[in-house]
Design a protein around this ligand. Structure first.
Ligand code: UTP
Length: 292
């Protein structure tokens, strides 16, 4: 079985749920406390043992490339001023094995993954959505890689969501339990009406896929929203190769929508020692002022 060493991070979407902020700024660059979302995702890839990362970008996404490049003027300035901690923080992202591909038009997540075909070649790989943060002791990507080593199956990560929220996600129709938290899947349903949802297990932003997905993606016609849906291609893959679903039990933060992005900032802020106490006090005072 080939080892998983590569990751694709699609980041070429329009981010319409976050307008007007995303008119000129990629949503993947929106900070959580002081770090762009996409950097947390790159960190997760590296902590999971991924060696090469390709980020799919598009029009207006230049700042993502710049973020993972060096900035000599800024580095000199911080060095001269003796701001060594900040210097380390910006140099951290200079020498990662990150490549960039352009998706010429945002035709959907499936199409974004397809642009990475030559980079991936004939190997299993992971897809990590550029706006979906995961927090757990063992990174979710690593958990998927470990599961793949046991089963050899393409594996999607899923999470239990409130039943009424199923219409916001791709949802799985589980067939049987293979192991604790690991399912065989009958089908994947894109954004079902809660009345028709086959389960409460929603697909979240980490996928481990075998390279056979590329031939299928090439033939996949636009589906919901007139976009080439990765879920549609995975459904087709599941007809010929077993696709499993792995239940994630850590925390997930969708930074692509306004409310969740704000919540994420508050939670991550409360975990950041340098601002934690003041932020906690601010939230308490604010809540009291609303009570009165
Ligand atoms: P989303 O559906 O969350 O992103 O796709 P979006 O289309 O940018 O968001 P809204 O709905 O308009 O607010 C998940 C990930 O896939 C990427 C996005 O950048 C995001 O990180 N994506 C989506 C692409 O790279 N290309 C696409 O054509 C669509």
């Amino acid at each position: 079985m080939k080892k998983v060493t590569k990751a694709v991070i699609p980041a070429a979407g329009l981010g319409t749920r976050f307008l007007p902020a995303t008119k000129a700024l990629p949503k993947e660059m929106l900070p959580v406390v002081d770090t762009p979302t996409i950097q947390y995702i790159v960190d997760e890839a590296q902590k999971s043992g991924i060696e090469d990362i390709v980020i799919v970008i598009g029009k207006g996404k230049r700042s993502i490339e710049d973020h993972f490049d060096s900035n000599v003027m800024l580095e000199d300035n911080l060095e001269k001023k003796g701001k060594l901690e900040l210097l380390d923080s910006i140099k951290k992202t200079n020498n990662m094995n990150i490549y960039f591909i352009r998706q010429s038009y945002p035709r959907g997540l499936g199409d974004a993954v397809l642009t990475a075909r030559s980079f991936i070649g004939d190997e299993p790989f992971v897809v990590m959505l550029g706006d979906d943060l995961m927090k757990s002791k063992v990174p979710l990507t690593k958990q998927l890689m470990d599961s793949y080593e046991k089963t050899g199956n393409s594996t999607l990560s899923v999470m239990r969501v409130p039943h009424d929220d199923t219409s916001k996600y791709g949802v799985i129709d589980p067939e049987s339990k293979i192991d604790e938290g690991l399912y065989n899947v009958n089908s994947f349903v894109e954004k079902p009406n809660p009345d028709d949802a086959p389960s409460d297990l929603a697909i979240i932003g980490r996928y481990l896929l075998t390279p056979e997905i590329f031939d299928i993606l090439k033939k996949t016609k636009p589906g919901k929203g007139n976009e080439i849906q990765l879920t549609d291609a995975i459904n087709t893959l599941n007809q010929t190769q077993r696709v499993s679903a792995y239940e994630f039990t850590g925390n997930r933060y969708d930074t692509g929508n306004k409310l969740s992005w704000l919540e994420t900032n508050i939670e991550f802020g409360l975990n950041r020692p340098s601002i934690k106490e003041e932020l906690k006090q601010y939230i308490k005072d604010l809540a009291n002022s609303f009570d009165n």
